[in-house]
Design a protein around this ligand. Structure first.
Ligand code: ATP
Length: 309
């Protein structure tokens, strides 16, 4: 097994979607046909978003997941290419559509989203087993919950065996089996995920430390609770610490969490300490919320270093 100091790069095992964003004057009623205003077609999916955010901070990133055999698959691969994410680990599932998120945004900014997982749902435990070769050279594995849970559980176990740090972002939120809890090194949750997993009815800035400490008892050595404009709480064996968010005028918070996680992972993978990685990720996420879009709003390393806020 390679010592941690000789490992480089990040593997992301998760979802790839095409986001179809329609602007509509108002939400249509059942049975109604409405004329929309515009359509944006954007690469997305939590896995691919975190991979792009991480690569933009300079990490070597390998994406592992599944797309269908349609035009969206080619477009998603091209988007990863443009951000230097290695997608040789992204397989095609014959006869399946690529994952799609259909998003309607009305004039008041409210949205309605339908996600069709498509090929993301065909990710298997066997795909997770194939991670082994990548993980033996990598510093960190990033996981979310937009691919089947049994494959996530196996991926985490394989990474653990390979001596690779496992970071789980349990989104969309669902309860986790004990064997997954045991394989997580770093858990990153927002307020609603923290609430569901800790059993605390409401998690806010005032009790995020308590929630994080509770979650740490289930297994992860480090828990980060992201609190939007309220910043981040980090719980570790040494206690809890709050980091303030960078004050900015937010125009679109889409992918703030994915930007935070990708940037955090990039800095950890290059051997930076937890606090330094959190502070850098907070700056990257703050830039993201000042721009419109998901992957399109993510800053480069140079953007983060240059920004004076
Ligand atoms: P999303 O689902 O929109 O990607 P999330 O709910 O997973 O986001 P958040 O906690 O909202 O994650 O945001 C992640 C991080 O992004 C925050 O911890 C913070 O550092 C930064 N951030 C989010 N919103 C703002 C904001 N309005 N101003 C400054 N920073 C922000």
């Amino acid at each position: 097994m390679k010592p941690q100091a000789m490992r480089q790069g990040v593997v992301v095992f998760g979802s790839l979607n095409m986001d179809l964003v329609a602007r509509v004057p108002r939400m249509p009623r059942p049975g109604e046909t409405l004329t929309g205003e515009s359509l944006l077609v954007n690469p997305g999916g939590k896995g691919a978003n975190q991979a792009v955010a991480c690569a933009l901070q300079g990490a070597r990133v390998q994406m592992v997941g599944r797309v269908g055999d349609d035009d969206f698959a080619d477009q998603l691969r091209a988007a990863l290419d443009s951000r230097r994410v290695d997608h040789t680990g992204v397989g095609s599932t014959p006869g399946q559509s690529t994952g799609v998120a259909m998003i309607m945004v009305d004039s008041s900014g409210q949205n309605c989203i339908t996600v069709i997982p498509g090929a993301n749902a065909s990710v298997t435990v066997a795909d997770a087993d194939l991670l082994r070769t990548h993980l033996e050279r990598s510093a960190m594995l990033l996981l979310q919950l937009e691919v089947p849970l049994d494959s996530v559980v196996r991926a985490a176990a394989v990474a653990r065996q390979a001596g690779c740090t496992v970071l789980l972002n349990p989104a969309p939120a669902q309860l986790l089996p004990p064997e997954l809890w045991r394989s997580i090194d770093i858990l990153v949750v927002n307020e609603s995920e923290a609430s569901l997993l800790s059993g605390m009815p409401l998690v806010t800035r005032s009790n995020a430390g308590e929630a994080a400490n509770l979650l740490r008892r289930s297994g992860p050595g480090d828990v980060l609770v992201t609190l939007g404009e309220q910043g981040v709480v980090w719980s570790s064996g040494a206690g809890t610490q709050h980091f303030v968010a960078q004050p900015v005028v937010a125009v679109d918070t889409t992918a703030a969490g994915d930007t935070f996680i990708g940037a955090f992972a990039a800095l950890r993978a290059e051997g930076r300490g937890m606090a330094e990685a959190i502070r850098h990720a907070i700056r990257a996420a703050a830039i993201c919320v000042t721009r419109v879009g998901a992957q399109a709003s993510m800053p480069s390393r140079a953007d983060v270093l240059r920004e004076t806020f």
